[in-house]
Design a binder for this molecule. Structure first.
Ligand SMILES: NC(=O)c1ccc[n+]([C@@H]2O[C@H](COP(=O)([O-])OP(=O)(O)OC[C@H]3O[C@@H](n4cnc5c(N)ncnc54)[C@H](OP(=O)(O)O)[C@@H]3O)[C@@H](O)[C@H]2O)c1
Length: 313
């Protein structure tokens, strides 16, 4: 069985990915002692601590690394630019160099928001990035550091939704939590994105590794919609009252870090390389709903807390 190391294993992507991958592979997740009872091995470590990257890789001895750990909150990146740079730019470069030395195949997770969102047509991998704000700037630096340190690595620019450990991490949980409680909430009518269901993204990332892909790929969903439309589609899938969603402009919201308004990304390159269609929102929302019916949100939250093997203090 292939040995896979997943960083950010308590995060929205990392946890869903590690759970899914552990059905077919031997998985080790890196967390900060937040998880317990998961069906994969855990290493508790702060990846920014000196010597930790080498120690984690030598403990897990993976064939593949999927690097999901990041400072992914835009406002937190603006508040602490130094931490954002260390986590989002320096750490991925260090991991890529360490993987290259050991012959470990790495996929690094980046973001659709390396673009400023002013282009009407879908962005391709050939388009020059135009990041605005500390989060996208440092994520772009991370992409560049990874590919410079290890040209065999792959970088996946993503945007996804799903169920999370804390129950509040994703846009789908934002709408679910409000609408299921009968509460009004806002949906932006002027912010476009191409979200992919996190389970579909996990499948896609594993296929990228199986195929041995290298270089830069857009791994978002295959169709674009506004965040308001996403909320309405989710409401209809769950049978919630969609009129509880107030259509507003992002400029009317309390969010302070600037968001790119139109993030339509082409997935043609990835689709061609994998020889498959990249899933869209409809099938993704179906899978998100099916997980709800199967009690997956409760299951995933039951992994919160507890102890794991501490390899680094
Ligand atoms: N969510 C989206 O739609 C989206 C969109 C575009 C790109 N992305 C990218 O996708 C990736 C995963 O995002 P996500 O939404 O899953 O993020 P998330 O839920 O915020 O998870 C981030 C993970 O990184 C871990 N981490 C942070 N600092 C660490 C450190 N010093 N040492 C070890 N682990 C550390 C966190 O651990 P703790 O739980 O202990 O804090 C957490 O497990 C990131 O690269 C992000 O930039 C996400």
């Amino acid at each position: 069985m292939t040995r896979i190391l997943v960083t950010g294993a308590s995060g929205l992507l990392g946890l869903n990915l590690a759970l899914s991958a552990s059905e077919r592979h031997t998985v080790t997740g890196v967390d900060r002692c937040k998880l317990s009872g998961v069906p994969f091995d855990l290493i508790c470590a702060n990846l920014l601590d000196r010597g930790t990257v080498d120690r984690v890789l030598d403990t897990a001895r993976p064939d593949w690394l999927i690097h999901c750990a990041a400072l992914a909150n835009l406002e937190a990146c603006e508040a602490d630019p130094d931490l954002a740079r260390r986590l989002n730019a320096d750490l991925p470069g260090g991991l890529a160099a360490a993987c290259a030395r050991r012959g470990v195949k790495m996929v690094h997770i980046s973001t659709d928001s390396v673009f400023d969102g002013t282009k009407e047509e879908p962005y391709t991998e050939a388009d020059a990035p135009s990041p605005v704000g500390m989060y996208p700037v440092t994520k772009l630096e991370g992409e560049q550091n990874v590919l410079a340190a290890d040209p065999k690595a792959a970088v996946a620019r993503v945007n996804f939704f799903g169920w999370s450990l804390g129950g509040k991490r994703s846009i789908s949980e934002f709408f679910f939590n409000n609408l299921s409680a009968g509460k009004r909430c806002n949906g932006f009518t002027d912010v476009w994105f191409c979200p992919i269901f996190v389970g579909d993204l996990a499948d896609t990332l594993l296929r990228m590794l199986e195929k041995g892909l290298s270089g830069l790929y857009h791994a978002t969903g295959s169709d674009a919609l506004t965040k308001y439309e996403f909320g309405v589609r989710l409401a209809r899938r769950f049978g919630f009252d969609e009129t509880l969603i107030d259509p507003i402009s992002v400029g009317q919201s309390e969010l302070t870090a600037r968001r790119s308004p139109i993030l339509r990304l082409s997935v043609h390159k990835l689709s061609t390389a994998l020889g498959m269609e990249i899933p869209g929102v409809s099938t993704g929302l179906d899978r998100f709903y099916t997980q709800f019916q199967q009690g997956y949100p409760q299951k995933i939250r039951s992994y919160a807390q507890g102890e794991s093997t501490q390899v680094n203090k």
